[in-house]
Design a protein around this ligand. Structure first.
Ligand SMILES: [Zn+2]
Length: 288
């Protein structure tokens, strides 16, 4: 049956507008009527809403383009004091011990921390305390050690940052992460974007890291896919849109952490983390 839209539209137009939010893609070519027929669901990305997979893919491309550029903007963070000076200030080492350890580490071409452990001049825990002081963050409290955690953080990011989830409370909206070597702010920021929880850092020993990673359990119905070969933003968008179709995604989030761009697609029953390795610039690689 053919209906004259001209006569029909003014009356129902208002109703449709409240039922179907306007597509956030400026170049969206779908009319309100087409949208109501084509897709009632669409995909939410933060405050934005996209009416179709095509519109989502176009928006994702823009998102990936800006995230890939983001690695350049982040400045490397180097602690003011060296680990040796912190240990000296704490009284863990004497002047002479530090001097000889520095000479040995130079001679052997190993990290100072390694030399200190090998010579028995400092323990793992003392080094962790020194790193925490260096960065101005706490050491993991002993009451928090050894708690099993279920967390949906891509394992590739945890490994890359040598970080372990220690406590995760959806109700308190709080996420506690333990770092071994350095606090990776890009991971904290990415987690806050993905989970809407406050992500807090602390320091843990390498042994605690290994033990905690063994206690970590995956969240059911949540997958992780990693693409290690560099892709263009357009290719990433196409890949992400493909997964979005596969799982019937209703919501998507995007973040960047170290050399990865992370997109999280969530459908009614399944969730998938799609990560793309991006080319690192000289400046960004300084952080490593
Ligand atoms: Zn649209």
């Amino acid at each position: 049956m053919k209906v004259s839209l001209g006569s029909l539209l003014p009356a129902v137009d208002r109703g449709w507008k409240s039922m179907y939010a306007a597509c956030s893609l400026a170049t969206c070519r779908n009319t309100l009527l087409m949208r109501s027929v084509q897709s009632r669901v669409g995909i939410n990305v933060g405050q934005a809403w996209y009416c179709s997979m095509d519109c989502f893919a176009a928006a994702a491309r823009t998102m990936f383009t800006s995230l890939c550029g983001g690695t350049v903007l982040e400045m490397p963070h180097v602690p003011r004091r060296s680990i040796g000076l912190v240990l000296l200030a704490k009284g863990t080492l004497t002047d002479e011990q530090l001097r000889s350890a520095l000479a040995q580490s130079k001679l052997r071409g190993e990290e100072l921390e390694e030399t200190l452990i090998r010579l028995g001049l400092a323990s793992e825990r003392q080094l962790t305390a020194a790193r925490a002081a260096q960065w101005g963050y706490p050491v993991l409290g002993q009451d928090r050690v050894g708690q099993p955690v279920q967390a949906d953080v891509p394992s590739i990011l945890l490994q890359t940052c040598t970080a372990a989830p220690l406590h995760y409370s959806m109700t308190a909206k709080r996420f506690l992460l333990g770092f071994v070597y350095r606090v990776e702010h890009s991971l904290l920021n990415a987690l806050e974007q993905m989970t809407e929880c406050r992500a807090e850092p602390c320091f843990i020993t390498p042994t605690e890291y290994v033990e905690q990673m063994e206690r970590l359990t995956a969240v059911p119905d949540c997958e992780e896919v990693v693409f290690e070969n560099p892709q263009t933003p357009a290719q990433m968008a196409k890949t992400a849109a493909g997964f979005a179709v596969e799982i019937g995604a209703r919501e998507a989030r995007f973040a960047q952490c170290r050399e990865y761009v992370w997109s999280r697609l969530a459908g009614k029953r399944r969730k998938i983390d799609v990560l793309f390795r991006v080319k690192i610039t000289a400046e960004a690689s300084l952080r490593g």
